[in-house]
Design a protein around this ligand. Structure first.
Ligand code: CAA
Length: 266
């Protein structure tokens, strides 16, 4: 991977999008790197949670690459959108939990990448009121629609009316407003953002990994369907946990009034 740095810390992985000259904008190469990241993380059974962030203090991801998009034809635009959408859908459906640590601009494709993650944490402005995360879908200001799932995920994450306002106006919002509308889970000073994201990932990674993955699948798959079918999805996944060694250890430890052994992902 040329533009994505990957670091493993115990059972968590931290991926940093690293194309600082273009504020980490997503060109085809970065999208292909993100696809490779999904391959690597999926193949490594030892990774229980993934944090995604952007390099530098200014940007998480400043959007899809405008230079690359500027000369696209209708067919080329559709293909570029499909490339991004396919990668982001793979990120969204990674079996393990994902956390976006949004350190700066998350515009267009950047906001869309954050929304493909399970949890979004954001940096607030510094003491002078400068910097920090800024979210937005500025596409209509460039003559296009959001192209990597923004119309769909934003409308599902916040209210449809709020999503429409953000998308139609192309205006950016700061971390505190993103928190207020439910787009982000928490806001930290920039220097505390990565420690907080890693601590959250480590906290998740200490729980039984198969059960955590089953929860993610139950929530994601259940949200795609009606309540009757969603409950059945949960029942099946709930049942499957009783075949795991971690369930036996977790419940055994409770009944024997002892701390459970570290979970084995089995
Ligand atoms: N694509 C390509 N290059 C980008 C970029 C992008 N999305 N965003 C920033 N850059 C580049 C700039 O061109 C500039 O490069 P040069 O130094 O070679 O000129 C460099 O990054 C630094 O950017 P600025 O000088 O503009 O930095 P700034 O601090 O003045 O402004 C900013 C920061 C407000 C984020 C501004 O860069 C900006 O508005 N960027 C574009 C944001 C945007 O519109 N994103 C949406 C893209 S469309 C999309 O994402 C479609 C989709 O859904 C798939």
């Amino acid at each position: 991977m040329t533009h994505v740095l990957l670091e493993k810390k115990e059972h968590i992985a931290v991926a940093t999008i690293n194309r600082p000259k273009a504020l980490n904008a997503l060109n085809s190469e970065v999208l292909s790197d993100l696809n490779e990241l999904v391959d690597i993380v999926t193949a490594d059974q030892d990774i229980y949670a993934l944090v995604i962030t952007g390099s530098g203090e200014k940007a998480f991801v400043a959007g899809a690459d405008i230079g690359e998009m500027s000369t696209l034809t209708k067919e080329g635009g559709e293909a570029f959108g499909k490339h991004g959408n396919d990668v982001f859908r793979r990120i969204e459906t990674l079996p393990i939990p994902t956390i976006a640590a949004v350190n700066g601009f998350a515009l267009g494709g950047g906001c869309e990448l954050a929304m493909a993650c399970d949890i979004i944490l954001a940096a607030g402005p510094n003491a002078e009121g400068k910097g920090g995360a800024k979210f937005g879908q500025p596409e209509v200001g460039l003559g296009i629609t959001p192209g990597f799932g923004g119309t769909q995920r934003l409308a599902r994450l916040v209210s449809p009316g709020m999503a429409k306002q953000l998308i139609y106006t192309a205006k950016n919002i700061k971390a505190d407003e993103a928190l207020r509308i439910g787009l982000v889970n928490a806001v930290y000073p920039l220097e505390e953002l990565m420690p907080a994201a890693e601590k959250l990932a480590q906290t998740i990674a200490k729980n039984a990994p198969i059960a955590v993955r089953a929860c993610k699948k139950a929530i994601n798959d259940g949200l795609q369907t009606d309540m009757d079918q969603a409950i059945v999805i949960e029942e099946k996944l709930f049942g499957s946990c009783f075949e795991t060694a971690d369930q036996k250890e977790g419940m055994g430890a409770f009944l024997e009034k002892r701390k459970h052994e570290p979970y084995q992902n089995k």
